[in-house]
Design a protein around this ligand. Structure first.
Ligand code: PGA
Length: 252
């Protein structure tokens, strides 16, 4: 059975003290009431080591929001997958549309990052999703398929078992505009079928596919009720414990 996952993506928010506060609050809230899903928080690099010491890793997984496409060496300002792993983190988000768009991360660069993350024992939350223009031209299926083919379909079946997919329509990220649950389900089912064509039905059935884009406590229950939506990747609503917990509780 594939995992149900609610993952937070803090993006470039929270200084160290604020991040520690939030992690503590969430850790306490989930210790008091065990979640019915896997919970992951993905934080800026600077928070990872401290947050790792605070959280109970049996209840909350920890992830980075990025890692380098090089193993090590003279790459000033970069943080390697090995460094991320050494903080106690178990996950890394790769392929987020903000990284693709603002930092020119190409499919080839992402392919390298994915390989390095997996080689260092990290699980990858790999983001895919179309722009508004592409959705209006009804190209969403081609776009997500190409994104999978470009960066993760080179993996062996064994490696692919460590990939979580996050479908995030760019037009829904941070806009307050959520895909309807039917729209999301339709493309999630399509993504699963593409994975099945590549790796077989069993692998596809075992792959968690998360929805991201203005997901909040009010719309999470309807989204998560769909058969091919296995949870969410949450930006804005992961920045307050009560909001994030509200989404986690959608699995109750
Ligand atoms: P949002 O972001 O929940 O703020 O829309 C989601 C994401 O970008 O991962």
């Amino acid at each position: 059975m594939r995992k149900k996952i609610v993952a937070g993506n803090w993006k470039m928010n929270k200084n160290l003290q604020e991040g520690i506060e939030l992690a503590k609050e969430l850790n306490e809230a989930l210790a008091a009431e065990k979640p019915n899903c896997d919970v992951v928080i993905c934080t800026p690099f600077i928070h990872l080591a401290k947050v790792s010491d605070i959280i109970n890793h049996e209840v909350i997984g920890l992830g980075a929001e990025n890692c380098a496409d090089k193993e090590k060496g003279a790459f000033t300002g970069e943080v390697s997958a090995e460094m991320v792993k050494s903080t106690g983190a178990e996950y890394v988000i790769l392929g987020h549309s903000e990284r693709r768009e603002y930092y020119n991360e190409t499919p080839e660069i992402l392919k390298e990052k994915v390989l390095l993350a997996l080689a260092n024992g990290l699980k990858v939350i790999f983001c895919i999703g179309e722009s508004l223009e592409q959705r209006e031209a009804n190209q969403q299926n081609e776009v997500v398929k190409a994104e999978l083919e470009g960066s993760v379909f080179n993996l062996s079946e064994e490696q692919f078992a460590n990939i979580v997919i996050a479908y995030e329509p760019i037009w829904a990220i941070g806009t307050g505009k959520t895909a309807t649950s039917d729209q999301a389900e339709e493309i999630h089912a399509y993504i699963r079928s593409v994975i099945a064509d590549k790796y077989g039905k069993e692998v596809a059935e075992n792959t968690s596919i998360l929805y991201g884009g203005s997901c909040k406590a009010s719309n999470a229950p309807e989204l998560f009720a769909k058969p091919d939506i296995d949870g969410g990747l949450i930006g804005g609503a992961s920045l307050k414990c009560a909001d994030f917990k509200g989404i986690i509780d959608a699995w109750k």
